[in-house]
Design a protein around this ligand. Structure first.
Ligand code: HEM
Length: 393
């Protein structure tokens, strides 16, 4: 059995491969694609915590990004401490739990508006009509992206993550989209520098913290541009995938859906079970900074290694009957939002958006069916989910 993160068959159902890896090759080596992988929960958790040995500095996907690409516009997700911590600390000042909680009425109003059309039509495409526009409106409102630009920037994001079948070579269209997006954020931050407003990005341009040496520092424009680029993508793609995965799962498991409808207070647990069961981010890539020996083999320093979150969350050593979708499971310890220093900065926002969307959706669509023969999957390196999910009441 081989693990090929670019295989369309693998995207359709990665779980038999993961189970085989956990049982037969918990430290897996792929010579053809030159990478290693850890698949058991305990190993993924341990490596996520050991950032000194498992570095993010060369990107977090299997396909390697040019490490110099982000020198001027760094993104915290591709940095190790202490550079990572400085950025995270500064950003966390503007990205506060209060600022996130205040978004709930706006999120509910956006969900309601999007659902009104779906109700009138008796269904539609869950992704294009709901799970894609919702996080887009939320993140872009938070960042202050003008409405006229939103669909274009969102499209660049999708294309920048697209990968061709069976190859780690980043397609030309993805590279062009990445460049377009970066140019957009450069102009965006430049405009805010000249005319600040009361939004998150202006707050970031202003934020100051005291360093270990007592000196006060601010984010550079490049760091703010990197941040916009990062949360623009991280805040959009994953929530879109999580919600559409939930839509498909509840259609497949009407009994579990009935439990949620009967007791809406169970929705937060149900969201965690969707995170666990079909993790939107299937692996976190790292590079080893030293030789690592486990399961009798040595991973040399400088090796690419994938921490297979999607597999860890289905590990029978951690979760009883892991392939059963069970909204009563309370799987708080899943790894779908990462662990350790890179734990998802947007976790509370992702949970808030997902809860509100499912609360409102389940009220309006107590029964629905998904036409799985017409569902279309995305083909990205570590992002798992759909670009079309047709459903009807
Ligand atoms: C379903 C929703 C989401 C999922 C599954 C998800 C997943 C993840 C994972 C697995 C990581 C860890 C990456 C690593 O260890 O290399 C991460 C980090 C991150 N996420 Fe999320 N995320 C979600 C939503 C969001 C949202 C809504 C935002 C922003 C508003 C966001 C912003 C970030 C950022 C900035 C990081 C990097 C944190 C750091 O390096 O310290 N994410 N996310």
């Amino acid at each position: 059995m081989d693990l090929n993160p670019f295989s369309h068959e693998f995207h359709a159902d990665p779980y038999p491969t993961y189970r085989w890896l956990r049982d037969h090759a918990p430290l897996y080596r792929n010579d053809a694609l030159d990478f290693w992988a850890l698949s058991r929960y305990r190993d993924v958790l341990g490596a996520s915590l050991a950032w000194e040995t498992y570095s993010s500095a060369e990107g977090t996907t299997l396909e390697r990004l040019d490490p110099h690409l982000f020198d001027v516009r760094p993104m915290m997700i591709f940095l190790d401490p202490p550079r990572h911590d400085r950025l995270r600390k500064l950003v966390s000042r503007a990205f506060t739990p209060r600022r996130i909680a205040e978004l709930e009425p706006f999120i509910r109003a956006t969900v309601t508006r999007l659902l009104d059309r779906l109700v009138a039509d008796g269904g539609g495409d869950f992704v294009t009509d709901l799970s894609m526009p919702l996080p887009m409106e939320v993140i872009f409102t938070l960042l202050g992206v003008p409405e006229a630009d939103r669909a274009t920037v969102r499209r660049w994001m999708d294309v920048s993550l697209e990968r061709d079948r069976d190859t780690p070579v980043i397609p030309e269209r993805a590279i062009t989209a990445m460049a377009e997006m970066m140019r957009y954020w450069i102009e965006f931050v430049d405009a805010l520098r000249r005319r600040p407003n009361d939004g998150l990005v202006s707050a970031l341009l202003d934020a100051e913290i005291e360093g270990d040496d007592g000196a006060r520092t601010r984010l550079t424009d490049g760091e703010v541009i990197g941040f916009c680029n990062l949360i623009g993508a991280a805040g959009n793609e994953t929530v879109t995938k999580l919600l559409a995965n939930a839509c498909v799962l509840f259609a497949r498991h009407p009994d579990e859906y009935a439990k949620v409808r009967a007791t809406p207070g169970r929705i937060p647990d149900a969201v965690e079970e969707v995170f666990r069961y079909t993790s939107p981010s299937q692996y976190q890539g790292r590079v080893t900074t030293a030789d690592v020996t486990c399961y009798g083999r040595t991973v040399p320093q400088g090796s690419r290694i994938l921490l297979l979150t999607g597999s860890a969350n289905r590990d029978e050593r951690e979760f009883p009957d892991p392939d059963r979708f069970d909204v009563g499971r309370r799987p708080e310890q899943h790894l779908a939002l990462g662990y350790g220093v890179h734990f998802c900065l947007g976790a509370s926002l992702a949970r808030l958006e997902s809860r509100v969307a499912l609360e409102e959706f389940s009220l309006r669509f107590p029964r629905y069916v998904v036409d799985e023969s017409r569902c279309v999957r995305v083909h990205m390196s570590n992002v798992h989910g759909y670009e079309h999910v047709p459903f009807a009441a």
